[in-house]
Design a protein around this ligand. Structure first.
Ligand code: SAH
Length: 229
């Protein structure tokens, strides 16, 4: 069968870290429905070294190993000869900060490579020659790029058409309109004396919409005033 969904290739030294995120819930369903194909590559398999080494000490000295160019370039050359990639992304704490706008943009791509680093990171020449985008998930340092890559995949895949059951649901999430999402409630309408706001029980669509918007603005003013600037 011809596959017309999005393709994501993830390059890692620890494929096990990328198993569970794609084997449950929404991401699993997206893969089962062939809306996305996630291919995880063990970088070590592309090492020419007889001990399958993928890293070496730093030129100039200093603590920490650096991931070598050879295995990464061999794998990237192979992938890039097989198809065109919209972006070759390196997960890196010094990259640009990931956000919903970036997720929206990536969700329009048809193929992506996500490269996960380890140790001190990858040889700078790989970044100079192959990498088209560098993404950080926040100002803190993790031991590997796998969790960041899984986060990016989750944020992107749930935006692909057909992935979420209710088509409008992703559009009403936080950040999509520059605001945080308003509070949400479900049954029972009263719990330990705490009541759900009357307007939500009123059935009056316009009033409900207005209330949600007001609450979204209030919450954003309180929690994330920077979003309103
Ligand atoms: N020495 C590097 C950090 C290496 S951390 C530096 O100071 O910038 C090892 C790997 O974990 C990185 O190559 C990257 O792939 C991943 N990583 C760590 N923190 C990250 C973050 N905040 N966002 C994205 N990837 C991160």
């Amino acid at each position: 069968m011809y596959f017309s969904g999005m393709r994501i290739d993830i390059i890692t030294l620890h494929p096990e870290l990328l198993e569970s995120p794609f084997s449950v819930s929404i991401l699993k369903r997206a893969i089962d429905k062939k809306l996305v194909d996630v291919v995880v590559h063990q970088l070590r398999d592309y090492s020419d070294d007889k001990h399958r080494r993928v890293d070496d000490t730093q030129f100039g000295g200093g603590a920490g190993m650096v991931m070598s160019v050879q295995p990464i370039s061999s794998l990237l050359d192979q992938l890039m000869s097989e198809r065109n990639y919209d972006e070759v992304i390196y997960m890196s704490p010094d990259g640009s900060r990931f956000d919903q706008g970036e997720a929206n943009q990536l969700s329009t791509c048809s193929s992506l490579i996500l490269l996960c680093g380890h140790y001190k990171g990858i040889d700078q020449r790989i970044r100079d020659v192959y990498i088209t985008k560098e993404i950080s998930i926040g100002d803190f340092v993790l031991s590997g790029g796998e969790l960041p890559a899984a986060m990016v995949c989750d944020a992107v895949i749930r935006l692909l058409p057909g992935v979420l059951g209710d088509e409008t649901s992703a559009l009403t999430d936080s950040f999509q309109d520059g605001l945080l999402a308003p509070p949400v409630y479900t049954r029972p309408a009263e719990w330990r004396g705490y009541k759900v706001p009357d307007v939500l029980l009123s059935g009056h669509a316009k009033n409900i919409e207005d209330w949600r918007h007001e609450e979204a603005v209030k919450r954003t003013q309180l929690m994330r005033p920077d979003l309103l600037e």
